[in-house]
Design a binder for this molecule. Structure first.
Ligand SMILES: *Cc1c(COP(=O)(O)O)cnc(C)c1O
Length: 384
């Protein structure tokens, strides 16, 4: 496949000739596929057998993802979190030990600490910047390493090839939540990851109107992934699959705008006296910048800032009056968002003492976003 991503995302998984020339694969709302005869019913050779096991709409999506990720099998789930839990369940069994990055998405930690623990899988957390030092944390029963790079809220970049190298020498699997970069800006499987996880809810959906996830496996993990997914009874809705495909068609054109707007906001924040630190791996000054530059093709629009310690009233004065930034717990849509970040760390304490605020740069004109934030700082100043 020699075409560039901007071409691929427009064409992958489309077969208009199968659908009367319709450019996009239609929404197949179906539970029951009728079989032509008893033999086909019994031998299971029909291309589609039951709604949960795959439809033309889901096949269109998974075909596109397998090509983008260069993977052997993709499964779809009703949310990104369900993709995370499916990937973990595909590799762990009772008695195993799992290593999870300390800056993983918080609900990932809840699943490990509350659900996995009940089924006899122990989790320990590691410094996201540990690199090949992860070797020292291995136990005889360590089954898998769960990475997320950059990490949620604090954006540490992980040395995935170094971690994967140690894991594979020790016979463990590597799982990675790649929602921040999407398969266009980082290719987990090419860097040694076995199961690549994506919250489709974010950039692939891109319009804040669907919940969905996927896991894509390399050949050695394809069978355990598809069996676990099937046994758990997971799938995604026909409408959400359709919207995910629609989002995918413009992903390669939206991401560079998110990236440019995000970098421009990050640089602007860096020069503000109210800001003590900007957490964005695309900035030269960021501790993860060298590895990010080595491994990633770009940055999305999500990053964080740390404000000098301030009162809750001053923070509210800044945030409440913003006209273009919404306050909501998601990201990856066309619109800009801002939320305070609550950082939980158990492997290594978070060094900052200020208020961390997460920013999502949407597709608006960035100068308008800067004006909006500047007015916010003026309101804040009156209360400092
Ligand atoms: C939002 C998010 C998820 C979960 O996705 P949902 O679709 O909301 O379940 C997983 N990982 C990261 C990094 C996220 O930000």
């Amino acid at each position: 496949m020699s075409h560039k991503p901007g071409t691929l995302t427009g064409h992958l998984g489309r077969e208009p000739a199968r659908y009367h020339g319709a450019v996009s694969t239609p929404v197949y709302r179906v539970s029951t596929f009728l079989m032509p005869d008893l033999e086909t019913l019994e031998d299971g050779t029909a291309p589609y057998v039951y709604g949960r096991r795959g439809t033309p709409t889901s096949e269109s999506f998974t075909t596109a993802i397998n090509a983008l990720e260069q993977g052997a099998a993709t499964v779809v789930t009703p949310s990104g979190l369900a993709a995370i839990t499916t990937a973990i369940l595909a590799v762990c069994r009772a008695g195993d030990h799992l290593l999870v990055s300390d800056s993983a998405y918080f609900p990932t930690r809840n699943f490990c600490d509350r659900v996995l623990a009940r089924y006899g899988v122990q989790t320990s957390y590691f410094d996201p910047c540990i690199g090949n030092g992860i070797d020292a944390l291995f136990r005889s029963n360590t089954r898998a390493i769960f990475c997320e790079s950059p990490g949620s809220l604090t954006f540490e970049i992980q040395d995935i090839p170094a971690i994967a190298d140690v894991a594979h020498r020790r016979g463990a699997s590597v799982l990675m939540d790649n929602t921040w970069a999407t398969p266009l800006y980082f290719q987990p499987l090419a860097y040694g990851v076995d199961l690549s996880i994506q919250s489709v809810t974010k950039y692939i959906g891109g319009h804040s109107d669907l919940m969905m996830g996927y896991v894509c496996a390399n050949p050695s993990h394809a069978e355990r992934l598809t069996h676990t997914h099937g046994d758990l009874g997971l799938f995604a809705s026909a409408d959400d699959l359709f919207l995910a495909l629609r989002g995918l068609r413009t992903l390669s054109r939206r991401l560079p705008v998110h990236e440019q707007n995000g970098l421009k906001l990050a640089r602007w924040f860096s020069a503000r006296p109210e800001v003590t630190r900007v957490l964005h791996p695309g900035l030269d000054s960021d501790p993860g910048h060298a590895i990010w530059k080595r491994d990633f093709k770009g940055a999305c629009g999500l990053f964080a800032i740390e404000l000098k310690p301030l009162s809750h009233a001053a923070l509210a004065a800044f945030m409440d009056g913003l006209k273009l930034f919404g306050m909501g717990w998601s990201w990856g849509g066309f619109e800009s968002l801002i939320t305070p970040a609550h950082i939980v760390r158990t492997a290594r304490p978070w060094p900052g003492d200020g208020t961390v605020v997460r920013v999502h740069a949407g597709l608006e004109d960035v100068d308008d976003l800067i004006d909006d934030l500047g007015q916010g700082f003026e309101r804040m100043a009156r209360l400092l």
